[in-house]
Design a protein around this ligand. Sequence first.
Ligand SMILES: [Zn+2]
Ligand SMILES: [Zn+2]
Length: 298
Amino acid sequence: MPSYIDLHVHTTASDGSDMPKQVVEKASQLGLRAVGITDHDTIQGVTEASEAGSRLGVEVVPGVEISCQWQRKSIHLLGYYFDPTNPGITRLLEGMRRGRTERLPKMLAKLRRLGIDIDQEEVEAEVCGEAIGRPHLAQVMLRKGYVSSFEEAFDKYLGYGRPAYAQRPRPTIAEGIRTILDASGLPIVAHPLTIKASLEELLIALCPLGLQGIEHLYPYKFVAGRREEWYEGVPRRLAQIKQLADQYDLVLSGGSDYHGAIEGKAPLGSAQVPYEVLQRLQDRYQELFGHLPSACTA
Ligand SMILES: [Zn+2]
Ligand SMILES: [Zn+2]
């Protein structure tokens, strides 16, 4: 029987609803052999997850997800196995978290002008970790009855270009890739099919910067939601990712982007990523840095 893993998971350290150890417990119950903790802008959840992992025999892959900018588009960059004490990446992540905190009052002011009255404290009460995000705000809107679903909060108010949206500073993709590499980590572009650009154009720009991999297996069905037309093109584009990865010498990665048991969102393990994917990631790490990532030898 093949063993499966999930390399893209959020916890309460950012905007997931499960604590890091709960994620690992669930992974263990599902029979997943490894789980990658990739919270937005923080590695706060990694230690707790790793402890649970060694207790339960689930390999925990340390990581992070950083929203970067490329040609006015938002690109999510995953970084795996970087040195958590590296000053460059520590500074970058701190700056990202500060940007999140500073954005909140701006969004609240915009909502207030739209007749939605939410206090900063109410949102902060939703946050367990150190990276505050729009899902926390959506949660309060839902609870107070301003919207009837999580999606509605984003579609009507909080999503990019919607009336309560506020920008926060993002590093360029070049800066993101460079910072992860300099911290001895593997930079991998997340859910590429959500980026509104041609895949080839994207890789032509990102590979010379040092991009090492591309997320391939991803539960796009859940992203598509009701947009069935969009989903029809997904299998063809996934095949294209495989072919381009080969051409540009990128490793393929995969994960569910699990955020907790939220209705309509992808369940843990749903990307059905085989364990070999992680082995190839580790091989690439070894090729680049001359030794296996330290989390593997623990
Ligand atoms: Zn993402
Ligand atoms: Zn994610």
